[in-house]
Design a protein around this ligand. Structure first.
Ligand SMILES: C[S@@+](CC[C@H](N)C(=O)[O-])C[C@H]1O[C@@H](n2cnc3c(N)ncnc32)[C@H](O)[C@@H]1O
Length: 331
């Protein structure tokens, strides 16, 4: 029997996560929901998903979890019925990882006569020992098998995190900058861009978009520019690139028509705006883009003079930017 899994994602890119699962032959997608893609695991490699925030292996789906405290008994009994070995076996092998006991993190919507710690302490001891409670701010040891309980309405899902840490936490990202991009969203930009030839980011920050593009298409040549020296140093610490260089996005040091793909999330929050001659960014991208080239941008609105080929509305940390594949509007 195949293990059922849930890939969690940024809202807006669920259908791209589903496509990534299908293309990678990881599983059969059963349902796409708000921030979740449910799939049956049919192949290895769930931890290689780049567009998902995390992958969880489903142990139990429990109905009738009401707001009263007797719901805790129902959850505990459902957890006791989980075949922990079979669930873990459905995920990737992680030698030694499951040897340090169990921790649980619970979340729920709506008013209830119990809190998250009550759920965790009801379920945790049923899933393995030693159980490490989070009550009173205690922090479970690294290496404990990490279970999640989510309760929505009267339905709860008890699931085991497939990897040792959430997928969105990339090992490469050792340095950051203000406004740095959530890696799965950068991966979604790269996925939409279909990187090839020369790929640039004129506001590269810590380099996330280009590092994700290189992971997807190692044959592409990547070049990252930023006006800020600290950003360039962060990008260089995070990953390799043809060059990480200081430059103003309004004066990209490249020949006209030489760039095949642009990935960019320019600063647009009130506190952080394009500096220097950044107001020329879009005119400059028009100049450097080769015929047939495309820009994939994460922006608050589509800039004037650009035609949108694909638009994905995102919801992230209370903001609602647009992920757009664009080409210069020649009409
Ligand atoms: C939202 S951040 C980009 C984050 C990046 N994608 C990442 O993952 O770290 C915007 C970047 O634009 C840079 N920037 C602002 N004005 C610029 C300009 N005129 N030219 C080039 N870079 C600029 C900032 O220094 C900042 O690093």
């Amino acid at each position: 029997m195949h293990t059922l899994a849930v890939a969690r994602s940024v809202h807006g890119i669920e259908h791209l996560v589903a496509a990534e699962i299908r293309h990678a032959g990881l599983g059969v997608v059963r349902e796409v929901r708000h921030r979740e893609v449910w799939f049956e695991v049919t192949g290895p490699g769930a931890l290689e998903l780049r567009l998902a925030d995390d992958v969880l292996l489903v142990g139990a789906v429990v109905d009738g979890v009401g707001p009263r405290r007797d719901a805790l008994r129902r959850l505990a009994s459902a957890a006791a019925g989980v075949d922990v070995r079979a669930v873990a076996a459905g995920g990737p092998p992680e030698p030694g990882e499951r040897s340090r006991g169990v921790e649980v993190s619970a979340s729920f919507l709506g008013r209830r006569a119990y809190n998250r710690y009550d759920i965790e302490d009801a379920v945790g001891p049923m899933l393995g020992r030693p159980y490490h409670s989070r009550r009173d701010g205690r922090v479970p040891p690294a290496g404990a098998a990490s279970w999640r309980v989510t309760v929505e309405g009267e339905r709860a899902v008890i699931a085991l995190r497939a990897g040792a840490r959430p997928l969105h936490r990339r090992a490469y990202k050792v340095r950051s900058v203000p406004g740095t991009l959530h890696p799965p969203l950068a991966a979604a930009m790269a996925y939409l861009a279909e990187p090839k030839g020369l790929v640039i980011d004129p506001c590269c920050g810590a380099g996330t978009t280009l590092i994700e593009a290189a992971a997807l298409a190692p044959e592409a040549r990547t070049l990252g520019f930023d006006r800020c020296g600290e950003a360039i140093a962060a990008a260089a610490a995070n990953g390799p690139c043809l060059a990480w260089a200081r430059a103003d996005a309004g004066r990209v040091p490249l020949h006209s028509g030489s760039v095949d793909r642009v990935l960019v999330n320019p600063p647009w929050q009130r506190q952080v705006r394009l500096a220097g001659s950044g107001h020329r960014l879009w005119a400059e991208l028009r100049r450097v883009l080769a015929d047939g080239g495309r820009v994939v941008a994460l922006v608050p609105e589509v800039p004037r003079g650009w035609a949108v080929l694909t638009r994905v509305d995102i919801s992230l940390f209370g903001r609602h930017p647009i992920l757009a594949i664009m080409t210069p509007d020649k009409s």
